[in-house]
Write a protein that binds this ligand. Structure first.
Ligand code: IPM
Ligand code: MG
Length: 368
């Protein structure tokens, strides 16, 4: 049997630096666990624009469709701010999501014990927090037509369309209920059914799928604005949250910050099952390209490393190895190794990106 395949797209800013640390982890799994991947690497985002004039070439897109999983670093940077909208680095990422049909975006927000003091909320509110936001990723106002900037009389009008079909809502709802069954069996669905028809339909369809297929799961509904408030008031009331593309974008950033460490959070974007039964998948850290610290060995590679752990679990059926890697990261934190984003004391020298990666490798060694 051939090795599982992985396409690595480091992207821009700190993407290449954090990906270099993931490379060490991949090498470790080959050397010490006999788990070998066919790894290929390519460009996405601003670096792809620099090389080819587009943020994602058709060739790279085709490769992404063929592999078992894609691991992406980050895209974007001030250098590309003035580019035309159609070739901005973000368009590369959005094209991957859309064409691979990655409709279910899993964004865990987990507060690591060693880092509970970093949250802007009180420690007792966030300690032990472990929630999963499932964001619909291929539809809604991000992709709805009509869109554009048009002229009406003597002024311009910006237009975007929030649009959801029943089947789009149903499939992400199923993904949330399935996830809930593996966790605490509880889903909260968030929309704005009080002002939007798409929200009314969202609520109806989620309820119907629940009643017909997942009556054992506890389901509640919340308006997304109230959801944001509840997330900051008492986040531990939630387990799985399912929501649309735009609300999911906002709520997942909010949830990420609750944990106090954006540099720690991974994500998975999953589509329909492929021939091998595993979902089409793209994994990426929740953080962005952080151009202000790029190239300085300051970035925290943990979010990208933990994204690879999600790949082990969801694409390669290696849940135990994923748990091993997650435990290694937790051990490193517990041992006090900190990149700059995880330090608020003066006079302490932070670990560099590669020191953090090396510490995770050492913790993996210790796990054997
Ligand atoms: C995210 C990001 C993206 C989004 C950007 C980079 C296009 O904010 O993944 O949350 O808005 O979806
Ligand atoms: Mg976002």
């Amino acid at each position: 049997m051939s090795n599982p395949s992985l396409l690595i797209l480091p992207g821009d800013g700190i993407g290449p630096e954090v990906m270099a640390e993931v490379r060490k982890i991949i090498t470790w799994f080959g050397d010490k666990r006999g788990i070998t991947f066919d790894v290929s690497e390519d460009l996405v985002g601003g670096c792809a624009y620099d090389a080819h004039g587009v943020p994602l070439t058709d060739e790279t897109m085709a490769k992404a469709q063929e592999v078992d999983a894609v691991l992406l670093g980050a895209v974007g940077g001030p250098k590309y701010d003035s580019l035309d909208f159609s070739v901005k680095p973000e368009r590369g990422l959005l094209r991957l999501r859309k064409e691979m049909d990655l409709f279910s975006n899993l964004r865990p927000a987990q507060c690591f014990d060693a880092l509970a003091d970093f949250s802007s909320l009180k420690k007792n509110v966030v300690a032990g927090l472990d929630i999963m936001i499932i964001r619909e990723l291929t539809s809604g106002v991000y992709f709805g037509e009509p869109r554009g900037i048009i002229r009406e009389g003597n002024e311009r009008v910006g237009i975007n369309t929030q649009r959801y079909t029943e089947s789009e809502i149903a499939r992400v709802a199923r993904s949330a209920f399935e996830m809930a069954r593996k966790r605490s069996n509880k889903v909260c669905s968030m929309e704005k059914a009080n002002v939007m028809e798409s929200g009314i339909l969202w609520r109806e369809v989620v309820q119907e799928i629940h009643d017909a297929e997942y009556p054992d799961v506890e389901l509640s509904h919340m308006y997304a604005d109230a959801g944001a408030m509840q997330l900051t008031r008492w986040p531990k009331q939630f387990d799985v949250i399912v929501t649309d593309n735009l609300f999911g974008d906002l709520l997942s950033d909010l949830a990420a910050m609750l944990t106090g460490s954006l540099g720690m959070l991974p994500s998975a974007s999953l589509g329909a099952p492929m021939a091998n039964g595993r979902p089409k998948a793209l994994y990426e850290p929740v953080h962005g390209s952080a151009p202000d610290i790029a190239g300085q060995e300051k970035a925290n590679p943990c979010a990208c490393i933990l994204s690879f752990a999600m790949a082990l679990r969801y694409s390669f059926d290696l849940g135990d190895e994923a748990t091993r890697l997650e435990a290694a990261v937790e051990k490193v934190l517990a041992d006090g190794v900190r990149t700059a984003d995880l330090l608020n004391e003066e006079g302490v020298t932070p670990a560099t990106t590669s020191q953090m990666g090396d510490a995770v490798v050492a913790a993996l060694d210790a796990s054997l």
